[in-house]
Design a protein around this ligand. Structure first.
Ligand SMILES: C=CC1=C(C)c2cc3[nH]c(cc4nc(cc5[nH]c(cc1n2)c(C)c5CCC(=O)O)C(CCC(=O)O)=C4C)c(C)c3C=C
Ligand SMILES: [Fe+2]
Length: 428
């Protein structure tokens, strides 16, 4: 077995590296901050195929990191009863994730250099590919703490955050349990779908016998910007999405709305510097939407389809004027999405959205099985998500075109410091 002694300076393909040509990847720094763009002239705030983001830092990468174009998200059930085995898995996942985000093979031996009588410690489909801006973000679900009968599973029950509970049933929810919940989650984002899939596949492989994939979701065409340097992408309704998102540059807003504070929950001090991740698989009835007049589509959203400007005027980044009168009530209708979810109508709360479009083939009627895989990071789902979602489900004009088929909530531990493993503070 060969040791990979210099992971920061990989030694070529067979040397457990995938596609490194030159340049370097810094070993330390803020997780998710831009480190190096080898294949391109990427600048801070932009995400490119050659980019590599440090896995370790104060916060996990993949939250404020400029949203990459591709997603593979997986939720896992923990199948072991052993706390030691669970911790061993988290250590192994940490090591593999750290390596893969550098563009290295998941294991030190690699996909093709090992003993031919043994399975390789990397699956090989990312051979030759650059790091692809890969970030891997881990979360823990309510089921990790207590089983369905409320029994403590791993001696963690007294550390379960108050806010980490199964989300309530909302009007419009049509949940498939096979697309919902989970004890652990992994969000892999990259510019190349093969890099994201490779990451999830190898983590699932490493977890064999300890965890089992419960559900997973592929996504494309990020439906949010998380950096002011990014242009705003479009969702499958054709509208710019992410304009008013919380962005990486808004340090005060991140502290107020995204990062869990040290005194937020006395039982869950381990989560300080982390966040909560809401995942909702939202099917969109594309074909019905496509038959709506342009003016109606814009009224449902509250913004113009072309520029993304609010119906009250200005450009994309002009604040909506919710009081401006129109010919029949306010110019931004009372049930328009941007009004219903606007902070001014929701006690000032904001969220960091990081969703992706999905198309999972066609349904039985020949319609696209498509929609938005909604991901949002919030400081507390009880204040920052549940009330907004409740209001949306009751009054939002968009709801007629949406069906929520999957739902999950995870606590996302703080960043992994050098020498630590992911979620170490939970087990300390
Ligand atoms: C409960 C939270 C939200 C869900 C669920 C949700 C679903 C959803 N949204 C769109 C399209 C757009 N959303 C936009 C803005 C926006 N959406 C939410 C929350 C949820 N959306 C918030 C908090 C905001 C920002 C509001 C603000 O601060 O002004 C927009 C406008 C552009 C933008 O600001 O991003 C669009 C378009 C769809 C299609 C959808 C479900 C499939
Ligand atoms: Fe929205």
């Amino acid at each position: 077995m060969r040791e990979d002694t210099a992971p920061e300076a990989p030694r070529g393909r067979g040397l457990s590296r995938r596609g490194l040509i030159g340049g370097g990847v810094a070993a330390a720094g803020v997780a998710g901050a831009f480190v190096a763009g080898r294949a391109s002239e990427a600048s801070p705030g932009e995400s490119r195929e050659g980019a590599a983001y440090p896995f370790r830092g104060d916060h996990q990468a993949g939250i404020v990191t400029p949203a990459q174009d591709r997603l593979h998200f997986a939720a896992f059930d923990v199948t072991t009863k052993s706390r030691a085995q669970l911790i061993a898995l988290l250590k192994a996942w940490t090591e593999a994730a750290d390596r893969m985000t550098r563009g290295l093979d998941a294991g030190a031996i690699g996909a093709v250099d090992g003993d031919s009588r043994l399975p390789p410690d990397d699956t090989g489909e990312a051979i030759g590919l650059p790091p692809g801006g890969l970030t891997i973000t881990f979360g823990v679900g309510p089921g990790l703490f207590r089983d369905a009968d409320g029994k403590d599973r791993f001696g963690l029950a007294d550390r379960q955050p108050e806010a980490l509970q199964t989300l309530p049933h909302f009007p419009g929810d049509n949940l498939d349990p096979a697309r919902s919940y989970g004890d652990l989650c992994v969000q892999a984002c990259a510019e190349d779908p093969q890099v994201a899939v490779h990451a999830i596949r190898n983590l699932a492989r490493i977890g064999f016998g300890t965890v089992a994939v419960r559900w997973s979701q592929l996504g494309f065409g990020r439906t949010s910007s998380t950096s002011t340097a990014q242009t705003t992408p479009r969702n499958l309704f054709g509208f710019k999405d992410g304009t008013a998102n919380v962005k990486a540059q808004e340090a005060a807003a991140l502290d107020e709305h995204v990062w869990v504070g040290a005194s937020d929950d006395p039982a869950a001090g381990w989560l300080a510097g982390g966040s909560y991740l809401v995942a909702r698989r939202i099917n969109m009835t594309i074909e019905v939407w496509d038959r709506q007049p342009l003016g109606d589509q814009e009224a449902f959203i509250g913004r113009t389809k072309g520029s993304g400007a609010p119906l009250s005027g200005g450009d994309e980044f002009t604040e909506p004027d919710l009081a401006m009168p129109g010919s029949d009530g306010p110019i931004i209708p009372k049930d328009a999405h941007v009004r219903v979810v606007h902070p001014d109508e929701n006690g000032g709360v904001r969220m960091l959205r990081r969703g992706y479009n999905f198309v999972d083939g066609t349904d039985q009627l020949g319609g696209l099985n498509a929609g938005l895989f909604f991901l949002a990071y919030v400081r507390d789902p009880r204040t920052h998500f549940i009330p907004v979602q409740t209001r949306m489900a009751k009054v939002d004009a968009l709801m007629e075109y949406l069906k929520v088929t999957g739902s999950a909530l995870f606590a996302v531990p703080p960043g992994v410091k050098p020498g630590e493993y992911v979620a170490q503070s939970l087990f300390a």
